[in-house]
Ligand binder design. Structure first.
Ligand code: WTA
Length: 658
């Protein structure tokens, strides 16, 4: 077997002991439990016949234009189909049907721009906007099955664009605004996108921040598939304009007809592609389809957040560039008829109380955010949230990385008034929706643990050989049975889907995370066991950043590790061997950080770059990242007896002292 470093290996013995002896439990209040939407009997019901359970959810939560008669087809694993003979329109489910049911005046989105501008969309208004966008995109020649690259900030047009694509059966591929022109181009090429939807830019910490130039750069060299670029005017900065290719949103969507009939698409029709980092250098286009994805996102949103759509105000702070912004901003809340908040900017603009000001202003009752944000708020101090009225909050969610018990307790006490249940939700771009999480009206929550598989989800922890480990033991997180919102493949690469997820263990989905069952039978996530890093809840690949570094002429070799970081969870630390005269270059570190920014995007820039004379390698030439991680985290390097040259670690230590 290849060498894997589990986060479990990296934890000191004490930390693991703490995890296993965590004995604080928080039962939901009697009131919360009594009013909860989902009760404890759901587990038994769901797990007796999983496909039947999901079939029931699909019928109850969604409106089908052609009802399905089949639930799961698993006759050709690992290729699943769900509700295959049914037809459904995602946009109709998110919009029109709420208007038809008399809820057109309910607020769908309270938008808060970074500069403080606001917009409110009712369900009726949002439906109208999506119909106009659907018409406009069709007029530009977009048809069912065509791919659309979306490079937009967190503004309502992002949600409108995705739903307009879904409405006409076009497949969206959102590229996070923090990725560079190069990264955007490679995603455009891989999906052969016909249309790009972007904005002139956005605002970051009070200043305009451009997006359109990256699109222009991405399309500067010929040979791409893009016919048109639709541009939303957001920050009003000057933009370069390519006549015949570029069109303003206001001139196309703005002038289009608001009449548009949604037709059903096959349940297995692709809904979107979303690129994510894996263990190799090339990002994978994770493919999701329609019926199963909508079923599980809607079910989990209702069950895990105990959503009461008439009274709750839901706020998921994730950017639409990530899976969380797809599942729990764009799709599930609207499918479930919720009122939600959408915020464009950063938590510290114009001041560090911005999130709490927004909670107070819109009376947010359910807040879903990431541990990295919570740790940042802790650092800023609890006197900041104390200035605002947070009494509307009745439930808190966490996603993206393990939440340390200390941050969990702070979140509960300072933001949740010592009363709101916290749901720590484990899932992935690939799983499409939440897989492991407490049910807030049922589970006694426990700081730091994502706890239990959702009803209808067969998650388990197994050892090297794929056997279930007993309570109190650790291993690898797997899913034993197909689930509705599972990825259907990797865009353009069938084999890679099988190899990556279904070949590590027989007949099981390998998530890539280390995990433990504690003595109570709760799951603790222990971080990735592969070369994927998690920085501020964002997935980055060590290999991808290494490739970016060695593509610079000054770099001979590079190795990247994710080092523990108090705020961001992990931070990117790169070790590089320079070529020739680059060693004399005083600015080389800045040059290389910018180079990574250009190749992948600002989010991938290493926090630290260490210039070293050698890299630790085994006799077979494999870089021992474990030893580099020791250095990056300031520990004495561990066992180096398998190194080809065991003086290398000393050489590195000496060079870093110098
Ligand atoms: C990590 C984000 C611990 C995990 C939805 C997973 C978590 C990767 C949690 C997926 C959590 C996500 N506790 N770890 N609650 N949620 N992760 O694809 O390592 O961006 O494999 O999806 O994030 O990241 P992705």
């Amino acid at each position: 077997m290849s060498e894997v470093t589990t986060a479990a290996d990296d934890q000191s013995g004490d930390a693991l002991e703490n995890l296993l002896t965590e004995n604080r439990h928080f039962a939901p209040s009697a009131e919360f439990a009594a009013n909860a939407i989902v009760h404890g009997d759901e587990y038994a019901k769901a797990n007796t016949d999983r496909p039947a359970f999901w079939g029931e959810q699909a019928r109850e939560l969604l409106t089908w234009s052609k009802p399905f008669t089949k639930t799961l087809d698993w006759s050709n694993p690992p290729f699943a189909t769900w509700f295959e003979d049914g037809e459904i329109n995602a946009a109709y489910n998110a919009l029109d049907r709420h208007v038809e049911a008399g809820n057109g005046d309910r607020v769908a989105i309270h938008f808060e721009g970074e500069p403080g501008d606001t917009r409110t969309y009712t369900y009726a208004q949002l439906t109208e906007e999506v119909k106009k966008a659907a018409n406009a995109f069709e007029t530009l020649g977009l048809a069912k099955g065509d791919r659309v690259a979306v490079y937009l900030p967190m503004i309502p047009e992002a949600v409108i664009t995705l739903l307009a694509c879904a409405r006409i059966g076009a497949i969206h591929s959102v590229v996070f605004g923090g990725f560079s022109a190069e990264a955007l181009r490679s995603r455009i090429d891989d999906a052969e996108a016909k249309l790009v939807v972007t904005a002139d830019g956005t605002f970051r910490r009070g200043k305009p921040s451009a997006l359109k130039p990256a699109v222009d750069n991405a399309l500067a060299t010929p040979g791409h598939s893009v016919q048109n670029v639709v541009v939303v005017k957001r920050n009003g900065e000057d933009v370069n304009w390519v006549e015949g290719r570029d069109v303003w949103w206001a001139d196309t969507v703005g002038t289009a007809s608001a009449e548009h009939t949604a037709v059903g698409h096959a349940a297995e029709h692709p809904l979107f592609i979303l690129y994510t980092s894996g263990t190799t250098g090339k990002p994978k286009g994770i493919l999701h389809t329609t019926g199963g994805y909508l079923t599980q996102t809607a079910y989990t949103h209702r069950a895990v957040f105990d959503l009461h759509p008439e009274t709750d105000v839901f706020w998921c702070t994730a950017d639409v560039g990530w899976i969380t912004g797809h599942s729990y901003v764009t799709y599930a809340p609207l499918i479930n008829g919720a009122t939600q908040v959408m915020y464009e900017g950063t938590p510290d603009s114009p001041h560090q109380g911005r999130f709490w000001e927004i909670v107070e202003k819109y009376k947010v009752s359910i807040l879903y955010t990431a541990p990295t944000a919570i740790r940042t708020f802790m650092k800023w101090g609890e006197d900041i949230p104390a200035k605002y009225d947070l009494s509307s909050i009745r439930l808190l969610g966490s996603v993206g990385e393990p939440i340390n018990p200390e941050a969990w307790m702070w979140y509960r006490r300072v933001i949740g008034g010592n009363n709101a249940p916290i749901v720590d939700t484990w899932w992935q771009t690939e799983t499409g929706a939440i897989m492991v999480a407490p049910l807030p009206g049922v589970t006694n929550t426990k700081p730091g643990s994502a706890q239990v598989p959702m009803p209808g989800i067969a998650a388990d922890v197994v050892d090297e050989l794929g056997a279930s480990v007993p309570h109190g033991h650790g291993g690898y997180l797997v899913i034993r049975e197909p689930w509705p919102s599972m990825l259907r493949g990797i865009w353009g690469d069938k084999d890679r889907y099988k190899d990556t997820y279904w070949s590590r263990f027989d007949d099981m989905y390998f998530a890539g995370d280390g995990a433990k069952w504690d003595d109570d039978g709760d799951i603790w996530l222990l971080g990735r066991v592969d070369d994927v890093m998690n920085v501020s809840g964002h997935r980055l690949s060590t290999t991808e950043i290494e490739s970016a570094l060695v593509s610079h002429p000054s770099v001979a070799e590079a190795a990247v590790v994710g080092a523990a970081d108090e705020t961001t969870g992990q931070a990117v630390v790169a070790f590089v061997i320079l070529r020739g005269s680059a060693v004399e270059d005083a600015d080389i570190v800045t040059t290389l950080r910018n180079h990574v920014g250009k190749e992948i995007g600002p989010i991938a820039k290493p926090k630290t770059i260490l210039v070293v004379p050698e890299l630790p390698k085994t006799r077979s030439g494999k870089i021992m990242r474990r030893l580099l991680k020791d250095v990056a985290e300031g520990r004495a390097a561990g066992d180096s007896s398998t190194l080809a040259d065991n003086t290398v670690m000393n050489q590195i230590a000496e060079s870093l002292k110098a």
